[in-house]
Design a protein around this ligand. Sequence first.
Ligand code: FEO
Length: 410
Amino acid sequence: MSCIDLKHISLEPKQIVKDVYWVGVNDCVKDLFESLWPIPSGISYNAYVVEGSEGAAVIDGVDRHLTYEYIEKIREVVGDLDRVKYVVINHLEPDHHASTPALLSLARNARIVISPVGAKIIQSLYQVPRDRIVEVLDGGVLNLGGKTLKFIFTPWIHWPETMMTYLEEEGVLFSCDAFGSYGALAGGIFDDEVDLEYYLEEARRYFSNIVLKYSRNVSEAISKIEKLGLKISVIAPSHGPIYRRHIDKIFSLYRDLYQPKLRVKASIIYGSMYGRTEEIVERVAEALRKKDVTVELIDAARVHPSYVLHYVVDSGAIVFIYPTYDAAVFPPVLDIANYLHIKQVGRGRVAAVLNTSSWGPAIREIVDLLNKSGFQVLDAVSIKAIPTPEDEKRIEELIEKLAMELKKLT
Ligand code: FEO
């Protein structure tokens, strides 16, 4: 179902456990998350209200254009906005908190709860009065009257100030970006109400686009949560479904992502202007398949980098095959190499480069990026568009090296 189809589905505030409500919104307006990543089925910004006997806390918020809907949902739950004592900021990025200044202006008793790092950077994003900011410590707690919020610092998931909030009495972990997924919420808000396989796949793409660079921090955060021995009955992320029946599935997905078991798989990222380079791509692919390597072909001009990152997460090898273009690397291929560099995808993987040209090689720029990404670059050769016998030999050598290195992964 496309996000446009969802527009008429009104999701009211929903109770997720006793005294805890979802007050999130679906965003069916944006086509690109962060103006980078396609969201054909939209995205949800999940926010929550925790009701204690001494007042309410709002956990996180939404993007600016959905502020009105979010505040009306909070009002529906708490009645009078003056009952809101705290607005917990797990992560400052505007998809979660562009709504917060407006909420603070209406909820006159509310104070922001944030990590010290967050308190240092909040004014660079939002103008909020300093006397309405409460800094909390890692492991610190806040009592709402029968409801205890515990704060767990999880830096770099996905900014330096990030933390999670744990509701002790009900075992709810508000995890913010961690365990989040693309896709507006269709049909319900819980994992057992939606097409979970779809959201898990989109959680995988979300991870590879947003959090992949911080895999080590994710691993540390999950170890920390496990060591704390929290009794988690619900994981309530800031995007996508809330997990209450299949917590094991989202944990298991994350373990596979932050510590991927690399497969004997080569992703061939290629460009071809007139079909000749594509013929070489097909020959390389066939030769690798004969050596029992799984091959994935990615036409860089037609597959968005968001999906490329998603596909290559478990690839042991990445091969770039492309023509020279204006004395440079074919631009869509270079674009993807740049994304792999930004996301630091190379660690533990091997790469190879095969450039075709009639009048001049274009290799150095891409090899520099791959080295900086952490790849072990096995080979980087430039050959003629119609390969000479020497070129054929180079192609053979490249295939041999790739297959040999990939076999070492098993
Ligand atoms: Fe969902 Fe890092 O923002």
